[in-house]
Design a protein around this ligand. Structure first.
Ligand code: G3P
Ligand code: CA
Length: 321
């Protein structure tokens, strides 16, 4: 089996398909090693060699973009201990109900279920050390600062979370994004950034209303509501406003033509999410899964909680003569 892979990688390299162009995206930082969406997790992803680092973005009551995966605070912070009375009737503590100053009093921990058990039991111990919720501006300053001290040019890969929900609450998260990106110099098609979202309308708005030329990525869920985006026609429609797609990896597995269709339309393909501790049964290791996606399915990049594993794989491919 190993021989097959070596042969395949050599063939792929000789046909110019491979490694240099492929990117590794630190998913929520290096979430396999440190609590997601903390400056520590972003810095670790940077040190592990990620080409891009991913912050998910939501807004605070006072209109600040913060790095958080959920519109709720309780899954990854101690908000229920610090502000027990601030829960909405639906049982959630919404980031949008708290000022930045209040959110800065919270401690971030590993993602937990409602009963307090961590999703990934072998990850960073819940409650150990202290981590803050960062603002998007703090995240950018960290990455740009490290770029200056290391001489590297690591990019950012922000995801707007639930823009239409924010809009219904009276907050324009797209306008807030453009303001921050402009302030920190992310302009034009060659900026070291991809902006991603599940909502097509917001990406179209970024292109149309905000006239942004920044690279845009349409996220494609495996949920049936997205079935059109699984088709060639759906991809052609995406190519009208985006530069690439971020599909759930199961969509790529289920349709051997999907990546080729996207490439024919000029779309990059960056599937999510690759985790050593949540491996599909058919793979024996994360390395094997990543090899398949990079060199058989020929994706252009991956979102992974373990950026070191993906970088090591790509480096090994590059060094095969
Ligand atoms: O943004 C790519 C991937 O992160 C989408 O899933 O839920 O982890 O944000 P999620
Ligand atoms: Ca994301």
């Amino acid at each position: 089996m190993r021989k097959f892979w070596v042969l395949f990688v050599i063939l792929a390299l000789s046909s110019g398909v491979l490694a240099g162009e492929k990117i590794v995206i630190g998913h929520r930082g290096a979430a396999g090693y440190l609590p997601e969406h903390t400056l520590e997790s972003y810095a670790f992803a940077y040190a592990l060699g990620a080409n891009y680092i991913e912050p998910d973005l939501v807004m605070t009551k006072d209109g600040v973009l913060i790095c958080l995966h959920d519109i709720y605070l309780e899954n990854t912070t101690n908000v229920e201990e610090i502000y027990p009375e601030r829960r909405r009737p639906d049982g959630h503590w919404y980031a949008l109900d708290f000022t930045l100053e209040e959110i800065k009093t919270l401690s971030v921990h590993e993602r937990c279920r409602r009963d307090g058990r961590p999703y990934f039991p072998n990850r960073f111990p819940v409650g150990a050390s202290r981590f803050e919720v960062p603002t998007f501006a703090e995240m950018i300053e960290l990455i740009q600062g490290l770029n200056r001290t290391t001489g590297r040019n690591v990019g950012i890969y922000p995801e707007l979370k639930k823009p239409s929900w924010h809009m219904r609450q009276g907050y324009d998260i797209a306008a807030a994004l453009i303001e921050v990106l402009d302030r920190y110099g992310y302009r034009g098609p060659s900026a070291r950034i991809f902006v991603q979202c599940f909502e097509a309308e917001i990406l179209k708005r970024l292109r149309g209303e905000f006239h942004t030329e920044l690279p845009l990525i349409q996220l494609v869920s495996a949920s049936p509501a997205y079935w059109r985006m699984w088709t060639r026609e759906g991809l052609a429609a995406i190519a009208e406003y985006a530069d690439g797609i971020g599909p759930n990896k199961s969509i790529v597995e289920d349709n051997p033509d999907y990546v080729a269709w996207a490439h024919e339309l000029g779309l990059l393909v960056h599937p999510y999410t690759f985790r050593a501790d949540s491996l599909p049964r058919k793979y024996k290791s994360l390395e094997e899964e990543l090899e398949t996606f990079f060199f058989v399915y020929r994706v252009d990049g991956v979102f992974t909680d373990f950026p070191d594993v993906a970088k090591r794989l790509l480096r090994q491919a590059e060094t095969i003569p």
